[in-house]
Design a protein around this ligand. Structure first.
Ligand SMILES: [Zn+2]
Length: 453
């Protein structure tokens, strides 16, 4: 029997380092890695001069399908992701309508994404005060984790979790071996500061920044860690924005708390002054921080205190971003297409890191943490999810090259390291020669649960 596909002459980015050779694919999986594969094959791709990276695993996106596809949708969102070297994303439970809070809403989203997604995907379930009795349904269906907001989410049908809710949800999650992911900002502190500013008519960008201080993030991270320690629940802090936040996670880990954290390209590449300069396209929560905090976050990422990088791709139409009152501008940064390229420019280009470090942040570490055992690495038996990148070139982020439904991003003008020539999911090209290759054939991926209590 011939192989389905052989990628020849690639610089293969393994967890151990880069080697030159061929990659053989059969039945959607990597079955051979060798300096030269001589067996017959149905298809060959000559990757001479190109790096073969594991396709990115982005565990934090909001594609808003079903129900708010006018904000993005999986068709455009996953196309953008594939064009940026992505192979598997995990969609957040909110900003879709209905939010993913029970079995039927999970099923609706799964059907919608299977019909429109170009890459594979996992689904988060929500953890809110209204669905504590539905968490087992979500676990049964194979959510990658349960996501809770510790402050207002901005979405009426996704309520924030007070400490009691979070604790009870963590109890269930721990029993099921599931991870809980939290948006960590303290509700009292952010709520009071925002209310005071708005009441006084202080509604500019700097007022918004002042209403969400690092202290609010630290207080919430401490609370989440305490609850995870009490319930023995696996905890993941999403989009950590500050070096001090990452330090709290590192300190808890030294006490053997099972906690990880991610950050996003916008916290690594942009500062609060960029938010003031760029405006609505750079609004996010937690907000962008000052240069010192940004530098500390880089230090934490390089030390391994921040585990990996996710985009938190959170798009919206311009109509929701136009307001004189910055508090009422819809927050969220679109970035699912540019994460890998921005990190290659900063990490390999700027800092001189080996490609395997970037592959770990963008693919291997997130796949490992979320139990996506077939994803995230170039290895025998793994899904043949990889992206061919010409690291000898670079590009600049331009709005007209973004495949998002709404061409909005704060990264315009930033350098992308390398050019994505092709992206494969389970051995099939989903992006090649600048074009998406259809049909959309993304599949649901479920986590392998290793340790239920
Ligand atoms: Zn998010």
């Amino acid at each position: 029997m011939p192989l389905d596909l052989v990628i020849q002459h690639a610089r293969i980015v393994l967890s151990s380092g880069t080697v030159e050779g061929d990659v053989g694919v059969e039945g959607g999986r990597i079955v051979e890695l060798a300096p030269r594969i001589v067996e017959p094959t149905r298809e060959t791709v000559d990757a001479f001069g190109l790096h073969l990276f594991p396709a990115a695993v982005d565990v934090h996106v909001h594609f808003n399908e079903p129900g708010r596809t006018d904000w993005e949708g999986a068709a455009t969102g996953s196309a953008a992701f594939a064009a940026g070297g992505g192979g598997c994303y995990c969609d957040m439970p909110l900003n879709s309508s209905p939010p993913t809070l029970d079995g039927p809403s999970f099923d609706l989203k799964r059907v919608a994404l299977e019909a429109s997604s170009h890459t594979d995907f996992g689904l988060w379930g929500g953890l809110t005060p209204t669905n504590l009795d539905r968490l087992d349904e979500l676990a049964d269906r194979g959510v990658v984790g349960l996501k809770a907001f510790m402050c207002s989410s901005g979405i009426d049908d996704f309520l924030w979790a007070d400490d009691a809710t979070l604790g009870r949800g963590m109890e269930t999650a721990a029993k099921r071996g599931l991870l809980v992911g939290v948006h960590a900002e303290d509700p009292q502190l952010t709520g009071e500061l925002a209310a005071t500013a708005i009441a006084a008519g202080r509604t500019g960008i700097r007022d918004y920044l002042a209403s969400r201080p690092v202290a609010a993030e630290l207080k919430a991270i401490e609370t989440a860690i305490r609850l995870a320690e009490q319930t023995k629940c696996k905890l993941h802090i999403v989009h950590v924005s500050s070096g001090r936040g990452a330090a709290l996670v590192a300190e808890a880990r030294r006490r053997s708390v099972d906690v990880t954290c991610e950050t996003c390209p916008h916290y690594l590449l942009l500062t609060d002054e960029d938010m003031v300069r760029i405006g609505a396209a750079a609004k996010c929560a937690p907000p962008l921080r000052d240069g010192a905090e940004r530098a500390a976050l880089w230090g934490a990422l390089l030390r391994g205190d921040v585990d990996f990088v996710a985009s938190d791709h959170s798009p919206a139409p311009w109509s929701l971003k136009e307001s004189q009152n910055f508090f009422s501008v819809w927050g969220g940064i679109a970035g699912v297409q540019t994460t890998l390229g921005l990190l290659l420019a900063e990490g390999c280009g700027g800092l001189g890191l080996p490609p395997k470090r970037i592959a770990d942040w963008t693919a291997t570490a997130p796949a490992d943490r979320f139990g996506l055992t077939t994803k995230g690495r170039i290895d025998l038996g793994a899904d043949a999810d990889f992206t061919l990148i010409d690291l000898g070139t670079s590009a600049t982020v331009r709005l007209d090259e973004l495949r998002y439904r709404h061409k909005i991003t704060p990264f315009v003008g930033h350098t992308l390291g390398g050019t994505v020539r092709a992206t494969f999911v389970r051995g099939r090209a989903v992006f090649a020669n600048g074009k998406i290759v259809g049909p959309a054939a993304g599949r649901l991926v479920r986590p392998t649960i290793t340790s239920a209590r």
